[in-house]
Design a protein around this ligand. Structure first.
Ligand SMILES: NC(=O)N[C@@H](O)C(=O)O
Length: 165
């Protein structure tokens, strides 16, 4: 079952970014006919972390067998073109079910540090903006490119019986 993205349903995994909602009237904002802005969320890259902004594409509708969990940082994902489905599981619920949330352009998420996740596209290639931690990006790129174990990311399986987390 794919859930529509709602703050309360996604709360165990992180925050929802919804461009149609200004959820915090106390946050810095400016509104005018020609241009408006307001803070969607803070982002925490972890201790001594450097914020990293990435372009990410997904072009897969089959859910991968493994989930990723970033040990040091939150991670934001904002679809720019095409919708994605974010499949998530709480790290403290080893036998917890994987829940799936549809994220459409104009929406986004900020996953909690450690949130187990993987992403699929709805139809063809989806282009997303991702906010992460620079050392986690480098560590993951090195791992995926050269087959070395990452140090800032661990993996779990979609079926919760044999997690490596
Ligand atoms: N770059 C990066 O961290 N990507 C993964 O976390 C992912 O979920 O795609």
């Amino acid at each position: 079952m794919i859930h529509h993205l709602a703050a309360d349903a996604f709360a165990p995994y992180g925050k929802v970014l919804d461009s149609t909602l200004q959820v915090d009237d106390s946050a810095p904002a400016f509104h005018s006919v020609s241009s408006s802005f307001y803070r969607a969320a803070h982002f925490d890259p972890g201790d001594d972390g450097e914020v990293d902004i990435l372009w990410v594409t997904y072009d897969r509708t089959e859910i991968p067998e493994t989930l990723e969990s970033h040990l040091l940082t939150e991670q934001a994902l904002i679809p720019i073109s095409g919708s994605v489905v974010q499949h998530v599981r709480r790290p403290d619920h080893r036998d917890g079910a994987v829940e799936s949330f549809l994220i459409q352009p104009g929406q986004g998420i900020v996953m909690n540090r450690g949130c187990l996740h993987t992403t699929t596209s709805v139809s063809g290639k989806a282009l997303c903006l991702m906010v992460s931690r620079a050392s986690t990006t480098q560590d993951l790129a090195d791992s995926l490119s050269h087959g070395v174990e990452p140090t800032e990311t661990v993996y779990g399986r979609c079926s919760s019986s044999d997690d490596s987390t």
